[in-house]
Design a protein. Structure first.
Length: 452
């Protein structure tokens, strides 16, 4: 692909280059222009696209590329692109642009589009209203199938989807839904009211966008109607918008679980200074919280010295606890995001994780005990590993695994109940807490069994 474009570009075979570019998928064109060509070449090649392909390609670019292109556009070129872009995409673009660019965009849109964009921008960030599009096909219940198709042909060209059609009354209250498939399979004189689905699943404009994506996923919809407080149809959320939200939310959760302040900027376009700003607060907080383990070791330093071999297994003890808790926290956080569990399930979760922890801990403890006696003591000749020391280490692993499973699974649930993001209490913080618990269990068994 790149070789063909480069050859046509060098030969200045513009007609063939234009034809070839417009046969490529817009997403591939955007990736190609962003990663291979410089700004001057990018503008030149972009101008060879048809209006429709140019609009579809433009929305695939990141914010910086879009800004550079807008600066390079004449007002006529900008208006041509904006006229082909769906309103929700235009609103997304405006949100990322500086004020000077926003003014220029709004100046080159018609009053109706400008009003629709402003309506979307007024909704709270991350709400269903902020990601919906008002471009939909609406029908009336007393229409015949023939009337419905006439309306679809007349208005459907500029709509984001025409497959799902929503039925509204004179005040735009949502009263039903049908599909083009049902219309095609019905007779021309059939009335929509006779076969439309009246149990319509919708979402409110102020509901969280994650709720909207979960609803789309649950019911396998291609589009989800969005209504206001009076059940008036104001827009739809399409499946492609839902996929974008899912990707953004998953990225944000991963960053939080890694103790990084979330950012929308792609990694390679994030400066070193910005990366430092996003990471250093969490690193400092975790470093300070980790001093708890240092304080415990300092407090019991003299006792541990009396059985020096115990200190050699502290990393293994702490690592096992952190890994065990991390497994549970990751699964519970995912289950929370999918609404599979809630605070009401906390005791069921504790009981399940207790049993899982007991089985896992027993397995790990037995393997560890055999390894310490047969390999470390006999093969490696570590005589300090007496039977009682091996028992202390193995019992610690058994108990800490149970504790880790319970703590790792309940903290995210409690965080959600308190209105916090469960991902914030993921692996880094839970690992720090479990390090403290593991050390206390370890030293407790050492004092109890070895009398140090």
């Amino acid at each position: 692909m790149i070789e063909v474009i480069d050859e046509l570009y060098r030969d200045r075979n513009i007609s063939e280059l234009k034809k070839y570019l417009n046969e490529i998928n817009p997403a591939d064109i955007a990736q190609l222009l962003e990663t291979v060509y410089d700004e001057r070449e990018r503008v030149f090649l972009f101008r060879l696209l048809t209006k429709e392909n140019a609009a579809d390609t433009f929305v695939e670019f990141d914010g910086d590329t879009q800004e550079n292109l807008i600066i390079a556009f004449s007002d006529t070129e900008l208006k041509e692109v904006l006229d082909e872009i769906y309103i929700d995409d235009a609103a997304d673009i405006i949100e990322e642009m500086p004020a000077s660019i926003v003014k220029r965009i709004l100046k080159n849109t018609d009053p109706e589009t400008r009003e629709a964009i402003n309506t979307i921008l007024k909704y709270p960030e991350d709400s269903a209203g902020s990601i919906m599009t008002p471009e939909l096909v609406d029908l009336k219940k007393d229409m015949t199938v023939e009337d419905a198709f006439k309306r679809i042909r007349r208005t459907g060209l500029d709509k984001e989807t025409i497959y799902t059609c929503y039925v509204t009354d004179a005040s735009r209250h949502l009263i039903g839904v049908t599909t083009v498939k049902e219309l095609l399979l019905s007779d021309a004189e059939d009335v929509i009211e006779d076969f439309m689905e009246t149990n319509v699943i919708s979402i409110n404009t102020l509901d969280d966008q994650e709720t909207a994506t979960r609803t789309l996923t649950k019911y396998d919809f291609l589009a989800l109607p969005v209504v206001d407080m009076e059940n008036r149809l104001v827009g739809i959320i399409t499946v492609d918008d839902a996929i974008d939200v899912i990707q953004e939310e998953n990225t944000e959760d991963i960053q939080k679980m890694a103790a990084i302040t979330p950012t929308d900027t792609p990694y390679l376009k994030t400066s070193v200074l910005d990366l430092w700003k996003k990471r250093i607060p969490w690193l400092m907080l975790l470093m300070i919280s980790a001093t708890l383990t240092s304080q415990i070791l300092t407090t019991f330093e003299n006792r541990l010295i009396s059985v020096a071999v115990l200190t050699a297994f502290i990393p293994m003890i702490m690592g096992t606890g952190g890994n065990s808790g991390g497994q549970s926290s990751t699964m519970i956080i995912r289950a929370i995001s999918l609404e599979e569990v809630g605070f009401k399930d906390i005791f069921r979760i504790i009981w399940k994780e207790f049993r899982t922890g007991a089985l896992s801990g027993f397995t790990l403890a037995v393997v560890c005990f055999v390894k310490l006696l047969l390999f470390d003591r006999i093969v490696l000749g570590n005589d300090a590993l007496t039977l009682t020391v091996c028992i202390v280490i193995s019992l610690t692993i058994f108990v800490e695994t149970i504790c880790a499973k319970i703590i790792g699974s309940t903290l995210p649930i409690i965080a959600k109940k308190l209105g916090l993001d469960p991902a914030v209490l993921a692996n880094p913080f839970i690992t720090t807490i479990l390090d403290v618990v593991s050390l206390l269990v370890y030293i407790g068994f050492a004092v109890l069994i070895l009398h140090i």
